[in-house]
Design a protein around this ligand. Sequence first.
Ligand code: PLP
Length: 228
Amino acid sequence: MHQNLASRLREVNTNIQNACAESNADFNSVKLIAVSKLQSIETILTASRLGVRDFGESYAQELAKKALKCPKDIIWHFIGPIQTNKIKLIAKHSQWIHSLDRLKVAEKLNAACKEYKKTVSILVQVNIDNELSKSGIKPEDMISFAQDIDSNFPNLNLKGLMFMPNINLNKTNQLKTFKNIQFLMQSLINLLPNCDQLSLGTSDDYIEAIKAGSSMIRIGEDLLGPRS
Ligand SMILES: *Cc1c(COP(=O)(O)O)cnc(C)c1O
């Protein structure tokens, strides 16, 4: 198992390096986030010993439980839908939140962070392919929402955008979606130059995502193995 994780990590890193080389991106500008939802603490500890620092969780209670038991130098990214009754838990245990898409949540999150005397790094989730089943704001609402977040919440540090494209698209439509993502990122950067982080890419599409400019890839099963 540990051997497997080590070799999967090597393989993922090689793929990242190759994708960076092909797109003239700096290897150090792509952050690997190990998505550990539904994975055991043992698996997280193993990955951590192999040098993985950033982990992604989708469920607030699971995050809280793991954050209390894992090494303190782990950086926790919350990547799941945010339920209003879990906001304090999420604020307490994460350093990054990738899935902000409602002002009401931003207000409560900011208040919770203030209480904990901390700031969290924030990405706004955009529903790029307009899928009913997915969270995220509409692409056309992104700029005004980002401006709101950036100017009104001192404990939320807006850093960029997060996307979960439809993975069933054919190559042509995937390319189209990635072009739309690049357009949205550029319009955000034009307005807020420090908001240049792009969270894009899972086990299914991280190589293409890096070529499209992703700076944070969220890899679960390809790195940590099948979820139980
Ligand atoms: C589960 C999840 C991932 C990781 O998916 P894999 O297919 O296991 O790589 C990435 N991003 C989000 C938002 C997720 O919920």
